[in-house]
Design a protein around this ligand. Structure first.
Ligand code: NAP
Ligand code: ZN
Ligand code: ZN
Length: 349
């Protein structure tokens, strides 16, 4: 066993606190990763606080993981000691179902094995995530991270990046299209960067004017305040595509009304409570309400390579792990520009 140090929460109410645990010894196809950085995704907060009703405790969150390879199993062919690598939201899947064979492991028929708050394929070993110093993972679920990019700023690409890139590519967003990104947080700010890079005309829809200047700097052409009904009404029937990244309950019907005929709203945000959708907003205009979850290994690698070529990274606030509970509070208040990333060196401070 490899002794690991991290931060865990013991139940839905308790703060994250230091926690020591064991990782498996590397098997034939495993890579041992020394974690340098891990992003804080809002999904970490939902799960640490038991908001999705699926939490297993103790929980070491973290699925925006970057580090370097410390050791490899005998059968590993993709990686060598010293390589910079990343791990995202899952560390295994069945490998044989249609989705796995198509490289869409996130939609595995047996369920992907989540990087944390999951159970390994042996049916009993809990998975622990990236708020820790070391990870042992099968090489098939490890990504190559471009050396040209700042490792702290790359970490959020492993979830916020791929979760926004994948639907933009799937729905073929590009030049000549009007795209709205709803919620300017970790996912939202990456959605703006990618939609702009793909050539779309981008509008940010945010709850206040506080982030307007940032939105424009990130690549948005327009900015709408969702709490101003006249502003939303003025955009009626105008967007081809909406990427909804909001983490809490909100009025999706008003947003659906801003789609043009045959437009699509893709939900990537995962609020705790069900959303209410009126029929007529969808019927009249043949509009679509869809969802999308992260991305498969193949597409995540494609996204990382695309970011490497174009110098796209996340805007981050790097923190020591001792500030993780405060970072959770600030994220919930929308007070993060635009992703907290933990510097794992702080674990041994
Ligand atoms: P985040 O950084 O906290 O950003 C969420 C944004 O939503 C906030 O910045 C805020 O934007 C907006 N917002 C928050 N509360 C709101 C409310 N009551 N009404 C309207 N807008 C509100 O979170 P994140 O890490 O980007 O994650 C966003 C959501 O996506 C979470 O639910 C997360 O679990 C989910 N997620 C899903 C996937 C997937 O695979 N589909 C992957 C990762 C995360 P403004 O300040 O601009 O208003
Ligand atoms: Zn995430
Ligand atoms: Zn599968």
């Amino acid at each position: 066993m490899i002794r690991a140090q991290g931060y865990a929460t013991q139940n839905a109410q308790s703060p994250l606190a230091p926690f020591a645990f064991d990782r498996r010894d590397p098997g034939e196809h495993d890579v041992v990763i020394a974690i340098s950085h891990c992003g804080i995704c809002h999904s970490d907060i939902h799960q640490a606080r038991g908001e999705w009703g699926n939490s297993i405790y103790p929980m070491v969150p973290g699925h925006e993981i970057v580090g370097h390879v410390k050791a490899v199993g005998k059968g590993v062919t993709k990686f060598r000691e010293g390589d910079r690598v990343g791990v995202g939201c899952f560390v295994d899947s069945c490998r044989v179902c249609g989705s796995c064979q198509e490289g869409l492991e996130q939609y595995c028929a047996s369920g992907m094995i989540a990087t944390y708050n999951g159970i390994e394929r042996d049916g009993k070993t809990p998975t622990f995530g990236g708020y820790s110093d070391v990870l042992v993972t099968d090489e098939s679920y490890v990504l190559r991270v471009p050396m040209s990019l700042d490792p702290a700023a790359v970490a959020p690409l492993l979830c916020a990046g791929i979760t926004t890139y994948s639907p933009l590519r799937h729905w073929k967003v590009g030049p000549g299209q009007r795209v709205a990104v709803v919620g300017l947080g970790g996912l939202g700010h990456m959605g703006v960067k990618f939609a702009a890079a793909l050539g779309a005309e981008v509008t940010v829809i945010s709850t206040s004017t506080r982030k307007e200047a940032d939105a424009r700097r990130l690549g948005a052409n327009h900015f709408l305040v969702s709490t101003d009904p006249s502003a939303v009404a003025s955009a009626a029937g105008s967007f081809d595509f909406i990427l909804d990244t909001v983490s809490a309950s909100h009025d999706v019907n008003a947003l659906i009304g801003t789609l043009r005929r045959d437009g699509t709203l893709v939900l990537v945000g995962a609020p705790e409570k069900p959303l209410e959708i009126g029929a007529f907003g969808l019927l009249l205009g043949r509009r679509r309400f869809a969802g999308s979850a992260i991305g498969g290994i193949k597409e995540t690698q494609e996204m990382l390579d695309y970011c490497g070529e174009r110098g796209i990274v996340s805007d981050v606030e790097v923190i020591p792990i001792q500030q993780v509970n405060e970072a959770y509070e600030r994220t919930v208040k929308g007070d993060v520009r635009y992703r907290f990333v933990i510097d794992m060196k702080s674990l041994s401070a």
